[in-house]
Design a protein around this ligand. Structure first.
Ligand code: ZN
Ligand code: ZN
Length: 150
């Protein structure tokens, strides 16, 4: 058997999505619960991970290779659904970033970043990855501004 195809556990605490092999981002049980329809059980261990790969159907998985697919979540999430808000705290979608880039402005994007850094942001439960959406917003803006620099 080719060694390259043997999955070895890595020791830096990061785990790979059982479907696509992307490195998952650790999320707390509160993040997973916040994305399930009221009262639904995730069926995952408390130590769960978010798969950040946009086209993978797995939203969350655990170390036992159990998965929670996007169709079981209570709402569409970025980046799995490009129409979902990048920042779910304030319902900020990529349309607004695209409008900024079209107008050669940074007004909307800067405003969002400021709000996302304020105490009103609750990305830990609103964002599917459990992390602040500031990095996603900035990455998307830069990608639109200069598609050669990704
Ligand atoms: Zn995946
Ligand atoms: Zn947010």
């Amino acid at each position: 058997m080719n060694k390259a195809f043997v999955r070895e556990p890595d020791d830096n605490g990061q785990r790979q999505c059982p479907r696509c092999g992307s490195l998952g981002e650790a999320v707390g049980p509160g993040t997973v619960a916040a994305h399930l329809p009221g009262g639904a059980e995730s069926g995952l261990a408390d130590a769960a991970f978010f798969c950040p790969y946009a086209t993978c159907e797995v939203a969350y998985f655990d170390l036992f290779e159990r998965v929670l697919t996007t169709d079981r979540l209570s709402r569409a999430v970025w980046p799995k659904d490009p129409g979902a808000p990048i920042c779910a705290c304030f319902g900020f979608t990529r349309d607004e970033i695209e409008a900024d880039v079209r107008e050669g402005s940074v007004r909307r994007t800067r405003e969002l970043v400021d709000r996302a850094k304020s105490p009103a942001a609750h990305c830990a439960t609103a964002s599917a990855s459990g992390r602040s959406c500031v990095a996603d917003v900035q990455r998307y803006y830069m990608k639109l501004r200069d598609p050669t620099q990704v």
